[in-house]
Design a protein around this ligand. Structure first.
Ligand code: NDP
Length: 274
């Protein structure tokens, strides 16, 4: 019988993870089956127990269960501890290993797929939720010149910045605080694009040659990427590459094999009509 994996979320029906992992498994010759599983909002723990009892070997975790997965893990990777959230679980006997591959996925997409080095760059990270927290340590590990976290609720951004003070000086505040500042890379890790909202970003924050990256992805241009385009940013990317790269990293955690991602990403883009 094939080794069993899944992604837990709520909602989950439109997840692209089963297609991504099926493509990875086929390309690397791994005998595994990966499916999407809906867990009740208050039923994540029993859903995990049921899956483990079925022989499940590992799982990805998405909204709204990443923090609960963090608490449920009996052992955590260093990057999951830092992130305070888990998107990848591996089951081995009674052990539940929790990892977080989101940050590695983002950095790999930017550096490897987009060909943009982060060393010496001035980075603005928009948002202070789970996705933002998960990518801070991997971004800092690339040695940018500076990192500023801007969020609608300034206090959340300031608390987040303070929790990484042992790694680097990270500054934070509300969006207006970026007035008169200039950045080489602006990453949108807010969920504002989900509701179609534009962010109240001051004009002039995008440096010449700046890259705009929205973790959100979909068929049409996100409001954030439209803002960046209107302000003259040429290199703009959505989060589909991050999705594929975090999946490849999870695949590596489970199977010890790193799948190629270029074709899988190209296929997903053409399915989205991009
Ligand atoms: P959270 O709910 O944890 O955080 C949401 C963040 O967005 C908060 O900072 C919140 O600000 C901000 N926000 C929400 N609505 C608005 C708005 N209208 N205007 C300004 N700020 C707003 O979400 P996550 O961190 O888990 O996810 C954020 C985004 O990242 C989502 O779009 C998600 O789909 C995407 N993502 C993509 C991944 C990928 O692989 N491509 C992986 C993980 C996430 P406040 O604190 O003030 O409420």
């Amino acid at each position: 019988m094939s080794d069993l994996y899944c992604v837990f979320g709520n909602p989950i029906a439109h997840s692209k993870s089963p297609a991504i992992h099926a493509a990875f498994a086929a390309a690397t010759g791994q005998d595994m089956h990966y499916e999407a599983r809906l867990a009740a909002v208050d039923g994540f723990k029993p859903a995990i127990s049921e899956f483990v009892a079925m022989g499940g070997k590992g799982a990805n975790v998405t909204v709204p269960f990443k923090e609960e997965a963090f608490r449920l893990a009996t052992r955590l990777s260093e990057r999951a501890s830092r992130a305070g959230a888990v998107n990848t679980l591996a089951f081995n006997g009674t052990e539940i290993f929790g990892d977080n591959t989101d940050g590695a996925g983002l950095v790999r997409d930017i550096v490897h797929n987009l060909g943009v080095s982060l060393a010496g760059k001035r980075i603005l990270l928009l948002g202070a939720g789970g996705a933002s927290r998960g990518v801070i340590a991997p971004l800092l590990a690339e040695r940018p010149a500076s990192l500023f976290i801007a969020n609608r609720s300034a206090g959340k951004a300031e608390a987040l910045a303070a929790s990484f003070a042992d790694m680097a000086t990270v500054n934070a505040g509300n969006f207006a605080k970026t007035e008169d500042m200039i950045f080489d890379l602006v990453i949108n890790a807010t969920s504002a694009s989900l509701s179609g909202d534009a962010l109240p970003l001051p004009n002039g924050i995008f440096a010449e040659g700046c890259v705009a990256y929205d973790m959100m992805y979909g068929q049409s241009e996100t409001p954030f990427l439209a803002q960046a385009r209107e302000q003259g940013v040429v290199q703009r990317a959505d989060g589909l590459g991050m999705l594929v790269e975090q999946a490849a990293e999870a695949f590596f955690v489970w199977r010890g094999v790193r799948p190629a991602t270029r074709q899988v990403l190209a296929d997903l883009r053409s399915k989205l009509g991009q």
